[in-house]
Design a binder for this molecule. Sequence first.
Ligand code: NAD
Length: 514
Amino acid sequence: MPRKKSRPQLIVLPRNVPAAHERVALPVSERRLSFGDKWSYAPAPEAHDYIKLQKRYPLFIGGKFVAPKSGKYFDSINPATEEKLAEIAEADARDVDLAVKSARKAYKNVWSKMPGRERGKFLFRIARLIQEKSRELAVLETMDGGKTIKESRDIDLPLVAAHFFYYAGWADKLDYAFPGRTARSLGVAGQIIPWNFPLLMAAWKLAPALAAGNTCVLKPAETTSITALHLAEIFQAAELPDGVVNIVTGAGDTGKALVDHSDVDKIAFTGSTSVGKILTQAVAGTKKKLTLELGGKAANIIFEDAPIDQAVEGIISGIYFNQGHVCCAGSRLLVQEGVFPQVIRKLRDRIATLRVGNPLDKNTDIGAINSRMQLAKICELVDSGLKQGAELVQSNAKLPAKGYWYPPSFFTGVTASHRIAQEEIFGPVLSVMTFRTPEEAIERANNTPYGLSAGVWTDKGSKIFKIVNKLRAGVVWANTYNKFDPTSPFGGYKESGFGREGGRHGLLPYVTLN
Ligand code: NAD
């Protein structure tokens, strides 16, 4: 008997999603629904009653927690509940000046004079303390940022500790990192980070800078400052000399004050391409060195000879990991025409099984969107995709009534000129396109202003090498996706920035070579 074709159903988004937006529900068979009901996991929330949140978080300057000169504080919200977690100090130019002065003093009097092996001991100590506190830090990261506990506990925190361990090992071996050259520290590094991996980005910035003998002023993102301030407690416990790391919290104006400060030697920035461009102009003509880790629009390329089940899992983790809040997310999928129907079918089935909800629940696959603003940005780009004629497939996962959520989704019928094929969505939304030949795949993958990452799925090793050499992307994963390691450099081409973080290469932005 011919099967009745199920028609996509229109559902108005729940009230926490900005108005005037509709979603097309993923048609799910009766059987799947009843299966899901019978066998869905019981909630398994991570305990958080022992977490001690401060009512107000001050700044961390000169080894001490100090109130901001501005006298101002702003709220940090749990994006999964919309509850206020704490108030965070808003640093103004006077506070930034104090932080830079304290970093300069520590550089001159202590850190630049300390032998590398002694600096290394501090980094090892910090790494071990992070390991000891990792469960608590993971819970805080999840509460403040909305990412799932599975990710903060099993991916972020182990990597944070691993970065400090790895760069601790380099502190007394700088002469071997650059054979025949003498590496000298730069001085004071101003470091500005985003909200998608708050502690991991702090580790990416601080660990190599400190190992190379610099002192730091770190500015976390305004929606996720809390864990950086708990990291400051770890610096105190490790007896890191006062002023070696200073933390100033606040939004863009605080970051601008740091970038404009005349006594900063180096600016390291991770964030959006638009702010990266502003920073490039701000440091032009100054003594400041600059590295930028910016946005991306990575292509995941699936060839007909790829192991399809494995590839679909890779696509899932590539785009839905951390709610798609990943600069290197595989947000474009290029599928060779012969396997397109098969891939789409498997993708539809797989997104229907992803659990969206309480990020502290160990079963949750997709947590909360980091902020209301980010949710509005995702909705606006999805709307543009619908208006430009692409077709949206979306999981009909039940979204919690409070908090900021977006269900796992993908677009088919996408053309290269669609905004959803060009602009970074930074949410759990994939744009699927097809190709016929390897040449067409390469051309499509490179057809973006970005060049941060890419993925290739094929059974043939020779094809991997051929394709990878022609992709204009800083990181290319083959038959896997979103794998990170402190020993491996990471960074982009084109509008994804310049400079590398991780590995031996990650030391280079923090030294001059004689
Ligand atoms: P953003 O650029 O708005 O903010 C990043 C940081 O810069 C925040 O701390 C913010 O307060 C600060 N800032 C904002 N305006 C500033 C200014 N004028 N001067 C100085 N500092 C300023 O980006 P976001 O929305 O927080 O983060 C998302 C973006 O970050 C995405 O585009 C993503 O791709 C990118 N990102 C890139 C990487 C990478 O390694 N390439 C990693 C994570 C995130």
